[in-house]
Every structure is written in structure tokens, then in C-alpha cells.
Design a protein around this ligand. Structure first.
Ligand code: GDP
Ligand code: MG
Length: 301
């Protein structure tokens, strides 16, 4: 075998894991350079595993975004956490992302246990450094360093982009030499109709509160590519009539707002004019219903 060549491209699979809301999806989008995962201030926004391809001069990182790892309560959450854990077994290395504004706690111990059990090398990303004064970063690094034998620790901000390129470089450095696994224009495995459903769900998360965001599921019923228009009909599932009333809003204002914002996002994604029809349906306990969970795109355990 010839000695490793510094200029040879590298490639491999990396999974981002961490507690809910630490910025995993924000980081994926920034690294990919396109919105392939929805983002919100509410925990448990990401419900399935999302593949994003990161192309850099040094090679290609095939990056998986996963639902936050937490102790599951629902069948839905079981599936979500399961998606994160299963992915760990399939990758070269794990990127554990934490939030610098939160001290390590039991939630992190839970993630660490899962990582240790999977036995993959781990790089730690300490995110949201834009939110704290610089002197607070070093003590955070020290407290995490004591928890696990990390390959490296990189403080960063997925939101501002600070140190994100350094992170990409460091991830690549730990991947084996190899040709890109995907062509350069292939950015995600998420079908367009699923991304459209996710954008509707993101707008609902943005505009509603309390338990409603967690009770919502979106299913694209039809997706027709017409000559000058993409026509999409989607069902929005809620669990109770009261939730349906909130989602529709006075005189339909809430649903109109969600619909027009989602439509704009989907038009950006597809690069085409979009008609978006939304229908709100009450489906009690849909989050326990295997068939409906399949339809909203949640992987089986
Ligand atoms: P996930 O649940 O880990 O995927 O987290 P998201 O990517 O959905 O982000 C959760 C929230 O944190 C959103 O409101 C993001 O805008 C915010 N966020 C993510 N990264 C950063 C960051 O680097 N700095 C700040 N200030 N906020 C961030
Ligand atoms: Mg997410």
C-alpha cells in the first residue's frame, strides 16, 4: 500500500447526535448549504433520520441528522430515539452536539451511555458559542472532556457559522480516504414531497404553542407536477377538535398564514410556483397508530 497522500479525497458517514434542541438540524443545513431539515425553538422538531451531503475540497461527508436522544414516552418517541441509535451502528464516526448555555446533566449522561455502547469514535461539538462570553467556553470544554475520550472538541456556532468550516475540516480528517459516495448535486435523501410536509409542520411549530406542536402530523396526499405549477394537497393531523379550531384560527387566519408561509418555502425549495391546499383532520391518538406513523414518514423500530 502506498503512504497516505495528503491531497487524496476522503469520504464517509457521520451521524449528529445529541439532546433535543441543541442545534443539530441548524448545523446540518449550514454544512449542506441548503435547508434539508426543519428547525424550531421547540424540542423534538426532527422526527426521523435525515441524510445531508456535505461537499468540500477535501472530500465528502455524508451526514445524518437524527431526532434528539431523550427518554421516550410515546410509541412516536420510541421510533424517534430508535432512529438515532440505529444510525450510530452504521457510521464511521459520531458528532455529539451539545449546547454551551446548558451545563451537562442527566440527559447528557444518557446520550453518553448510548455513544459508549455503540463504540464509535466521537467528536464533540459545543454549539451556540454566540450566546456566551468567550471566558465561559473553556470551562465548558473541560467539563465535557471529563465525560468521554473524544477525538476532538470543537466549539462553534451553527447559527452564525463561527468555526463551522473548521468542524467540517476536522470531521473529514477523521474519515478514510475514498471517492465521494454521492454525486455533487445530490444533497439529501428526503423526497420533495416529504420536505414539503416538513415545511408545513415547521410553520405550524412556529405559530402554535404548548402541546399542539407535538400533536401535529402532516401527510402529503397528492403532489402533482403540472406544466406551470406544482399542486400539493396535504392533511394536517391533530388529536382533538379544540386543536383543530386553534390551527384553523378565527376566520381561518391561522391556517392561511401557515399555508402561505409554507407555500413560499416550498416554492424556494422546488424553484416552481406552488398551490398548497391544507386540510385539518382530527385523528385521536394518531401518534400511537402504526399506519399513520408510517404515513407521516416515521421509520419503524
Ligand atoms: P435540534 O433539535 O438539535 O435539531 O435543534 P434545531 O436545529 O432545531 O435548533 C433549535 C433552536 O436552537 C433553534 O431555535 C435554532 O435557531 C437555535 N440554534 C441552533 N444553533 C444555534 C447557535 O449556534 N446559536 C444560537 N444562538 N441558536 C442556535
Ligand atoms: Mg432537529
Amino acid at each position: 500500500m502506498s503512504p497516505p497522500d495528503a491531497a487524496a479525497p476522503r469520504s464517509g458517514l457521520v451521524v449528529i447526535v445529541g439532546r433535543p434542541n441543541v442545534g443539530k438540524s441548524t448545523l446540518l443545513n449550514r454544512l449542506v448549504g441548503e435547508k434539508v431539515a426543519i428547525v424550531s425553538r421547540k424540542p423534538q422538531t426532527t422526527r426521523n433520520r435525515i441524510l445531508g451531503v456535505v461537499n468540500r475540497p477535501g472530500g465528502q461527508i455524508v451526514l445524518f441528522d437524527t431526532p434528539g436522544i431523550h427518554k421516550p414516552q410515546h410509541e412516536m418517541n420510541e421510533r424517534m430515539v430508535g432512529a438515532a441509535i440505529r444510525t450510530l451502528a452504521q457510521v464511521e464516526l459520531a458528532l455529539w452536539l451539545v449546547d454551551v448555555t446548558q451545563a451537562p446533566g442527566p440527559g447528557d449522561a444518557f446520550v453518553r451511555e448510548r455513544l459508549a455502547a455503540a463504540g464509535r469514535p466521537v467528536l464533540l461539538g459545543i454549539n451556540k458559542i454566540d450566546r456566551v462570553p468567550k471566558p465561559r467556553i473553556l470551562p465548558a470544554i473541560d467539563s465535557y472532556r471529563a465525560m468521554h475520550d473524544f477525538l476532538e472538541i470543537v466549539p462553534l456556532s451553527a447559527l452564525t457559522g463561527d468555526n463551522v468550516e473548521l468542524l467540517a475540516e476536522r470531521l473529514l480528517a477523521h474519515l478514510p480516504e475514498g471517492e465521494p459516495l454521492y454525486p455533487p448535486d445530490y444533497l439529501t435523501d428526503q423526497p420533495e414531497r416529504f420536505l414539503a410536509a416538513e415545511m408545513v409542520r415547521e410553520r405550524i411549530l412556529e405559530h402554535t404553542r404548548e402541546e399542539l406542536p407535538y400533536s401535529v402530523g402532516v401527510i402529503v396526499d397528492s403532489f402533482e407536477e403540472l406544466p406551470r405549477l406544482v399542486r400539493i394537497h396535504a392533511s394536517v393531523l391533530v388529536e382533538r377538535p379544540g386543536q383543530k379550531a386553534i390551527l384553523i384560527g378565527k376566520g381561518g387566519t391561522m391556517l392561511k398564514r401557515v399555508g402561505s408561509e409554507a407555500r413560499e418555502q416550498i416554492e424556494g425549495l422546488l424553484g416552481a410556483k406552488v398551490y398548497l391546499g391544507l386540510f385539518v383532520k382530527v385523528r385521536p391518538r394518531w401518534r400511537e397508530d402504526p399506519k399513520l406513523l408510517d404515513e407521516v414518514g416515521l421509520e419503524r423500530r
